[in-house]
Ligand binder design. Sequence first.
Ligand SMILES: *[C@@H]1O[C@H](CO)[C@@H](O)[C@H](O)[C@H]1NC(C)=O
Ligand SMILES: *[C@@H]1O[C@H](CO)[C@@H](O)[C@H](O)[C@H]1NC(C)=O
Ligand SMILES: *[C@@H]1O[C@H](CO)[C@@H](O)[C@H](O)[C@H]1NC(C)=O
Ligand SMILES: *[C@@H]1O[C@H](CO)[C@@H](O)[C@H](O)[C@H]1NC(C)=O
Ligand SMILES: *[C@@H]1O[C@H](CO)[C@@H](O)[C@H](O)[C@H]1NC(C)=O
Ligand SMILES: *[C@@H]1O[C@H](CO)[C@@H](O)[C@H](O)[C@H]1NC(C)=O
Ligand SMILES: *[C@@H]1O[C@H](CO)[C@@H](O)[C@H](O)[C@H]1NC(C)=O
Ligand SMILES: *[C@@H]1O[C@H](CO)[C@@H](O)[C@H](O)[C@H]1NC(C)=O
Length: 704
Amino acid sequence: MIIKMAYQRTCMLLVSMCICYDCSSYDKRCDFNVKKKLATCSWLTYIPRFPEYVTAIRFTNNKFYVINKEFMSNLTKNNITSLFFISNSIQRLYKNTFSVFPVLKSLIVAKEMSLNVTDVDMAFVELKSTLENIRLNGNGWTYIPAGMFGATAFRNITKIVLSKNNLLEFSFKEVANLLNLDTLDLSGNKLTSLDVLQPVDVKKLNVNGNKIVLLPSFCNSTDRTSNLKTLTALFINDNALFELKPSLFKCLPSLKTLQLNNNKLNALLNNTFNVIPQLIELHIQSNNIKIIEPTAFKSTSLQKLNFGHNGFRFDDDGRFNQVNIFKHVPKLTHLDLTGNFLPGGYKPLKQMFSPLQSLTSLNLHGTNLRELPSYVFCLLRSLQRLILQGNSLRELKEGTFQNMTNLQYLNLQGNFIHSINPSSFPMEMLSRLKELDLSNNHFSCTCDIMWFRDWLRNKNKTRPILLNFPNRYICIYPENMHGKRLIKYNPTKDICTPWNQLYTMATILSSFAFITITLLLIAYRCHANIRNYFYLFRIHRLRRRGYIRLNSSEDFEYHAFVVYCDADREWVHSILLRKLEDEGLNLCIHDRDFDVGASIAENVDTYLQKCWKIIVIMSNDFAKSEWCQWEVDFVQERRRQQGKDVFLLIMLKTINSNHMTCPIKTLIKTTPYLTYKNGAGEDLFWKAVIDSIQKPLGNPPVAM
Ligand SMILES: *[C@@H]1O[C@H](CO)[C@@H](O)[C@H](O)[C@H]1NC(C)=O
Ligand SMILES: *[C@@H]1O[C@H](CO)[C@@H](O)[C@H](O)[C@H]1NC(C)=O
Ligand SMILES: *[C@@H]1O[C@H](CO)[C@@H](O)[C@H](O)[C@H]1NC(C)=O
Ligand SMILES: *[C@@H]1O[C@H](CO)[C@@H](O)[C@H](O)[C@H]1NC(C)=O
Ligand SMILES: *[C@@H]1O[C@H](CO)[C@@H](O)[C@H](O)[C@H]1NC(C)=O
Ligand SMILES: *[C@@H]1O[C@H](CO)[C@@H](O)[C@H](O)[C@H]1NC(C)=O
Ligand SMILES: *[C@@H]1O[C@H](CO)[C@@H](O)[C@H](O)[C@H]1NC(C)=O
Ligand SMILES: *[C@@H]1O[C@H](CO)[C@@H](O)[C@H](O)[C@H]1NC(C)=O
């Protein structure tokens, strides 16, 4: 049972195969494509039978030598619409050969180097079908026989390709009567001129890769009408054109595309292209242009201008006019300046580009830009694509991409940009950008790049697509990161803690302010202590230097005579006396030590003799008291004799300025004084007082 089923299945399989492909009866040197109804045959010496569905046959690399109607007889059963002969070593093609194909639309005879063109011409005789396109390329023909395309078979032809022969000339008379001709391809021949002497209805004419040196006029020489009324595209790339006369392109009323790449043009003159009323696309790449006259590009219709690879010095304003060059192309949307030299600086770029208000695509690949001035590209309000690849840009200044809200594609590949930071691209531009290419730059993987690294890592949906990411986003600096991927840059956290210079400034300033305020407060609170301290410090210094001898008070009974007013008696008795006499100093106080009975003046005189020094206790009351004033005057005499060190002024309470009398003022000014300080600093005060009393006379001044 099982065996039987298996057998049936195999049988059905075999049967179905034989229905689809008549396996046995067709030549194995042919491949069949049922869907395309196409057969492709090689290594044959004859033309075999084909399945009936086949309508297109390609014969490549066969050995056919001689072809006539008889040789083709196996093809008469198929309705052949498409027939290709490529490299079949055909030597002879007999008259009327193609007449066996009543529905032929497309014919190729290519790379048949041994085939005489007159044979091909004769083979079309009596062909009843109307060909749509014919390709006769790479056959090494040097001419096309007169009347070849006059056969009825060509009456309705749309495309004739005669490329890669060795045609030395071509008469447009041959195609003058072909009313449906769309494309005539004469590229890759040896034509030296392009003389169209009669009206020809062709839409696309390709004469690329010939040896054309000068272009003729396309006008009828008598009535100045156009000979190429229907021409929409003219390709004259890879020729030897060295000059374009200003009116040359007149009489091309329908021309939309003109290509003049890779010629030898060295100047573009005024008004060369504005005589072409419908021109949309102009390609002048890879010439050797040195001069562009001010209105050379003038055109009210031009939309695309490709001026790449001319090495033109846009940085030399002797060769063109910055203001006018793009001023007269109001509709220009695409501009390609690849491989030229653009100027640096804001003004020249602004002058060149600012008229281009319709521009949507600008290609500045390899234009020698070292820096991008800010606020240039924002002049191009419609710009959607900007290519800055392969320049020498090192940084993106703030404002470079300001206001470019229409930009969708930005290519900065292959520059020397070392870092990207938030100011490089305005946020509103980044959010609308669709594609961004920053690959192959010289990224410096230091902390500066952390923002960019984080931005790259953050797969935000609003982020533009990053082209060539992450493979070509590579660190170049520093040495130890060279060649590593930027996305893998992982410095430790504390190395790159964001630290703003402003913080540093603020910290320094606030510490400075704090210290100043503290010092001022201390000075305010303790100014007396500070004075006292300095006083003491100087005495000590002098002592260390050997100026001060300690034993000089021994000739006197008292160490000091105290001058004070009655209001301060309490302090003198209870504090001053106690403090100093505890230190072993002997003080002379008038109401304790003076002799009873003697006059005050006498007493003062007597006791002053016995005192080594004079202590003056000063306060407001002291300043107010006339008696004390008298005492001061009196002791001043001593000072005149023995110098100011004989005095020790103690400011018990600061004297108000309205109580300052002239003598006191003089005294305070000329004599160092100590200020009494209660509480903190009191010890310092007493130490200074004691040291000052013990200080010998006649030493260098220690005034503050
Ligand atoms: C036609 O095809 C058959 C087999 O496919 C072949 O034997 C025969 O020679 C062919 N006829 C010619 C004229 O080549
Ligand atoms: C070829 O075309 C004719 C006319 O259109 C048609 O009658 C005939 O069946 C076709 N032959 C094949 C093999 O398709
Ligand atoms: C091609 O054929 C023509 C006419 O038969 C003859 O004049 C011409 O010399 C031939 N050309 C070549 C290259 O054999
Ligand atoms: C020529 O081509 C046009 C369109 O391509 C077609 O309408 C017309 O029938 C063709 N004429 C002949 C004679 O084949
Ligand atoms: C120019 O046009 C006139 C009138 O249309 C015509 O008679 C003449 O043959 C044309 N000249 C050329 C060289 O085709
Ligand atoms: C080209 O045009 C500009 C501006 O229209 C004019 O100043 C200049 O002289 C012209 N150059 C020549 C060579 O005619
Ligand atoms: C950018 O746009 C704003 C608002 O439209 C405008 O005020 C500003 O002048 C523009 N900046 C530049 C450089 O054009
Ligand atoms: C994505 O980007 C937008 C704007 O750039 C921002 O507002 C948003 O917070 C981002 N989302 C995340 C997940 O980072």
